[in-house]
Design a protein around this ligand. Structure first.
Ligand SMILES: *[C@@H]1O[C@H](CO)[C@@H](O)[C@H](O)[C@H]1NC(C)=O
Ligand SMILES: *[C@@H]1O[C@H](CO)[C@@H](O)[C@H](O)[C@H]1NC(C)=O
Ligand SMILES: *[C@@H]1O[C@H](CO)[C@@H](O)[C@H](O)[C@H]1NC(C)=O
Length: 166
């Protein structure tokens, strides 16, 4: 009796692990689950995005990390994108770098779609209208560094997204 319960418990733990949606974020983040994708540090960008990010957060938590069918839907994809887009716009507004690769993250969206195999949902961040970007000619040095940093992030993201499209 005890043995079969232990075997069942083992099976459930093992099955849970085997089925958890494996989002290969890479870098310092590594492989993460859907809920870990939004387990980002609080920062000055948080309050403005609390509503959108909480929506994505609760949808993902309601699904659970192992329910791929529930997670890999356009609804979750859209909510995730809205949260990341909001964070991204906040970072630009505040002229700050992302303190964590998951904040305002194009690679995060790409890794999510790759994990889900959902080619129907194209997720990508767009620069907000108030983004002056690297095209601005007159920049102070710190501003140049920050915008060049963003340019590099965008460049990387575009390459990352392209490599996921094929
Ligand atoms: C991440 O997941 C992939 C696919 O399951 C696996 O091949 C890789 O070894 C994992 N990487 C790490 C750091 O666990
Ligand atoms: C999502 O929920 C987790 C756990 O409650 C929390 O740590 C995280 O900050 C939330 N993410 C966002 C973007 O609000
Ligand atoms: C996506 O495709 C890979 C390779 O075909 C497969 O191992 C993985 O389970 C799929 N993921 C989902 C969520 O269907």
């Amino acid at each position: 009796m005890f043995r079969s319960i232990a075997a069942l418990a083992f099976f459930l733990v093992f099955a849970g692990r085997a089925l958890a949606l494996n989002i290969q974020f890479g870098g310092t983040i590594g492989n993460i689950t859907a809920s870990q994708l939004l387990a980002i540090p609080q920062g000055p960008y948080s309050p403005a995005c609390a509503d959108t990010c909480n929506t994505a957060n609760s949808t993902i938590q309601a699904c659970g990390d192992t329910n791929d069918q529930c997670l890999c839907t356009p609804t979750v994809g859209t909510q995730l994108q809205e949260c990341e887009q909001c964070l991204f716009a906040q970072l630009i507004d505040m002229n700050m770098r992302a303190p964590d690769p998951r904040v305002g993250s194009n690679p995060g969206l790409g890794a999510f779609t790759a994990a889900c195999n959902v080619s129907t949902v194209k997720l990508a961040l767009v620069t907000p209208p108030n983004w002056v970007g690297p095209t601005t000619e007159i920049l102070s040095l710190p501003a140049t560094i920050v915008t060049v940093g963003f340019g590099a992030i965008l460049g990387f993201s575009i390459i990352f997204l392209l490599s996921n499209i094929s």
